[in-house]
Every structure is written in C-alpha cells, then in structure tokens.
Ligand binder design. Structure first.
Ligand code: OOG
Ligand code: MG
Length: 262
C-alpha cells in the first residue's frame, strides 16, 4: 500500500460522487502516480462500504478486460474485478435516463448465478461449473468516471471497473445444456447488428473468469457466496450509446434482452 486511510476514504468519496452526479474526473494516477493495485482495490472496497451503509445490497461481482477485444479497446492486458449492487440492475426492456450517466457503453456478457459458494486459491473451471446454478444473458452498461473513458489499470480498479448498470434475462440455462465456448452472441444497436462473438472470447472459456475472481477474492480471505451473480466480462468491444439508442442482445439458445436510453 502506498496510500493512507484518509486518502483512500477521500478518493472513494470523490469517485462515488462523480458516479452519483454523472460528472467526470481526472484519473487518480494523475495525482498519485505510484498508486498500487492494493490501493486501488482498497478504494473500490471503500466505495462498496459507502453504498452498503446507505442500504445497498451487494448482489455479485463483475470481471472486466477478460477478452482480447476489450483489452485491445482499453489498452490494458490484465483482467480486473468489481462489485455489483442491487441498484445497478435494470429490468429487461427497461429504460435508462442518459442524464444519470456520463458516457455509457454496452457490452454483451454471460452471467453466472452460483448455487454454492466458491473459494480460491486453486479454483478451476471444473469447480466453477459444479458450483453454478445457471447461466443467463446479460448486457453490462459501463460508464467510466474518467474523462474521455481513458484510464490505466489502478485507476479503473478504483473506479469499480466502470460498473454502472446491468440487465439480465432471456432463457436461463444449466451449464451442461450449452457449449459455453461456441455460444454465439449478436449485439444490436437501433436494430442493426454491431458486434458479434462467442463465449471463448472470454479467457478461452467464460468460467475461467469466475475461477480467476474466486482466486483473487481468496487472496483476501473472501469467497463468492451462493446466489451471487457474476458478469464474466464483455465478449466483444463495448459499444457507445446515446440518448434515443436501443440495444438488443441475442444469445444463442438463451433468448434476447434489451434496453433503451432516453
Ligand atoms: C473497464 C470495464 C471492462 C468488461 O466487461 O471488459 C468491462 C472498462 O472498459 O471501462 O466491464
Ligand atoms: Mg463488462
């Protein structure tokens, strides 16, 4: 750690304020070039505590930068992890007021819902599949609090990995019913297909993202609890949306979900 508690508390309050008021900010490493991963996750944890203190419920986690498309788009080559609270959830077919966000983008993702807890270290794909209740289609809406969506690894971790909203729905599936690697996705914006991919884009197998999350949490003596929802990471590049956009995700044999931006 390079930061003291009061700096971590101050930066968490600042980033969350930017989120809640939809205002952008300079990235933290501009002020603190030596910020470490540990500092960054400590800021993220402090943001989570702020939300929980105000009554939010942590409903799960997200993995980010788990596909080549996303790593290339954001110029960062390491997967990262964030938390999800109930307030981020938007119903399928719902509308998001774009004034509540800074510069939103959407990502097609496979979500895992766990039936039993999962703890690292040493967690592997087989354990993830055994602990998964079902998988479901998800659209993640990311919204970096940093100016022009530009950041480095510690800054984006501190900013809860750009988490903002998510939609799940369609037809849930048991993991044995689908081939998670060849599972095809089509993301449409305003009725036009704009991004395409398959599950293997995420770390060769999307369950690997969940295993990695369990192993990261394990280092801090934490685990993925039963019932948690985990977004395994964008399969394709993120697609920017504007006021008036509507997006639909079609996931092979798993139905479609969508949302609008007003
Ligand atoms: C960081 C979050 C990335 C994903 O699915 O790869 C992410 C960002 O690109 O802003 O959620
Ligand atoms: Mg994502």
């Amino acid at each position: 750690m390079t930061m003291d508690d009061s700096t971590i508390t101050r930066l968490a309050a600042h980033l969350e304020e930017c989120e809640l008021t939809a205002r952008d900010t300079l990235k933290i490493t501009d002020e603190f070039p030596d910020m470490s991963w540990e500092d960054a996750y400590a800021i993220q944890d402090a943001i989570c505590r702020r939300k929980v203190q105000r009554g939010a419920r942590v409903v799960g986690f997200k993995a980010g930068l788990t596909s080549q498309a996303k790593m290339k788009q954001m110029n960062i080559e390491t997967p990262i992890f964030g938390f999800l609270v109930d307030g981020f959830a938007v119903p399928d077919g719902g509308t998001i007021d774009t004034r509540t966000l800074i510069h939103p983008k959407v990502e097609p993702e496979i979500a895992f819902v766990m039936k039993s807890p999962l703890a690292g270290p040493g967690c592997h794909i087989g354990q993830v599949l055994a602990a998964t209740d079902f998988i479901v289609a998800a659209i993640e809406v990311i919204d970096s609090r940093y100016r022009d969506f530009k950041f480095d690894l510690p800054s984006v971790i501190a900013d809860n990995t750009s988490a903002a909203r998510f939609v799940t729905g369609g037809r849930p599936r048991k993991v044995a019913e689908v081939d998670l690697c060849t599972l095809g996705v089509v993301l449409e914006k305003n009725g036009i297909p704009v991004a395409f991919g398959a599950g293997a884009a995420v770390l060769n197998h999307p369950a690997a993202a969940v295993a990695m999350l369990a192993n990261e949490l394990g280092k801090k003596g934490r685990e993925i609890p039963a019932g948690a929802l985990i977004l395994s990471g964008g399969i394709t590049e993120a697609v920017a949306v504007e006021t008036g956009s509507f997006v639909t995700l079609r996931m092979q044999d798993m139905g479609s979900i969508g949302l609008r931006f007003s």
